[in-house]
Design a protein around this ligand. Structure first.
Ligand code: ATP
Length: 292
């Protein structure tokens, strides 16, 4: 998919504000795009545009179908001119289905609709007309994929916050999406549950899922192929996580991940680590190499 000069204008009382302003980028299949930005920076609006849940005020969203078994590519352009939001974009104009993009939001309770784990998974499948006989297998498979081993009939209120986010991810997976947009999915989780959700997403990404991961935590950006920082609806930075952490993070007002802070502190004392580590493992390897 690509966004070409996309702006989203919102009306607040008598003022028009740009929730997104002139955003152009490619989101190829298989990419992990990490997004960071302050409150009101435009992250959720971007998530909604990518998912086809928000109209754009100007510009184009071009949705390209994934190529399956030698089929020709099908390109779908959406141009919308309304400044209000929330009507789904028309998802398909031809015989080829539009790419499936699902969203996992910050608050699991706002998106879980079933009373039990299975009921919730069924709801998503009914929405996209999965044949009923396929549902139990798909549900079982999706739960296994996210590593949530609870019985189908588990009541939702028995799940922890972290388990609920895994269920939301499974509910997205049951429909076999091309892309999942995670909109600050760890904001309400403890560190253990955060890490578990992140590594689950990383595993799914390895098996081909396109991931858009929005977070206020810089250490969650290490998995990204590309990082985008949004400020006041505009792209303030685009590049690799390493470039972001070492070149732009601090100047944009974010504290880099701890291993980067250590490396920068060492750099200040004249000890440059050649690999510019971004993870504890990389930092350990760099320090280990210096000792030898
Ligand atoms: N439905 C709406 N009506 C009017 N203004 C809106 C609406 N949704 C978002 N905005 C405004 O658009 C701008 C971008 O909002 P958005 O929710 O996309 O930012 P965000 O980066 O996700 O913020 P947060 O981290 O607080 O969720 C903000 O100024 C916000 O107030």
């Amino acid at each position: 998919m690509s966004l070409q000069g996309v702006s989203v204008v919102r009306r607040r009382l008598d003022t028009l504000i740009y929730a997104l302003r002139d955003i152009s980028l490619e989101l190829p299949y298989g990419l992990w795009l990490g997004i960071i930005g302050p409150n009101g920076g435009g992250k959720s609006t971007f998530a909604r545009v990518v998912a086809g849940l928000s109209k754009v005020s100007s510009g184009q969203v071009v949705r390209r179908e994934r190529l399956h078994h030698g089929q020709g590519a099908h390109v779908k352009r959406s141009k919308h001119t309304s400044s209000t939001d929330t009507e789904p974009l028309p998802q398909s104009e031809g015989t080829t289905p539009a790419p499936q993009i699902r969203v996992v939001m910050q608050n699991p309770d706002a998106q879980i609709v079933g009373q039990t784990v299975y009921e919730d998974l069924i709801f998503g499948m009914e929405n996209v007309c999965i044949p009923p006989e396929e549902m139990p297998d798909r549900a079982k498979h999706a739960l296994a994929e996210v590593g949530l081993s609870v019985p189908f009939d588990t009541p939702i209120e028995r799940l922890s916050g972290g388990q609920k986010q895994l269920l939301c991810t499974a509910a997205a997976l049951v429909t076999d999406p091309d892309c999942i947009v995670f909109d600050e999915p760890t904001a309400m989780l403890d560190p253990f549950a955060r890490q578990r959700l992140l590594t689950t997403a990383a595993r799914l990404h390895k098996s081909g899922l396109t991931v858009v991961w929005i977070s206020q935590f810089t250490e969650e950006l290490v998995y990204a192929d590309e990082v985008m920082a949004l400020q006041e609806g505009q792209i303030a930075f685009r590049g690799t996580p390493r470039e972001f952490f070492y070149e732009s993070c601090l100047s944009l007002g974010y504290l880099p991940p701890y291993p980067v802070q250590v490396a920068l502190a060492l750099e200040k004392r004249g000890l440059s680590l050649s690999n510019r580590p971004t993870t504890p493992d990389e930092l350990g390897a760099a320090l280990g190499a210096m000792q030898r």
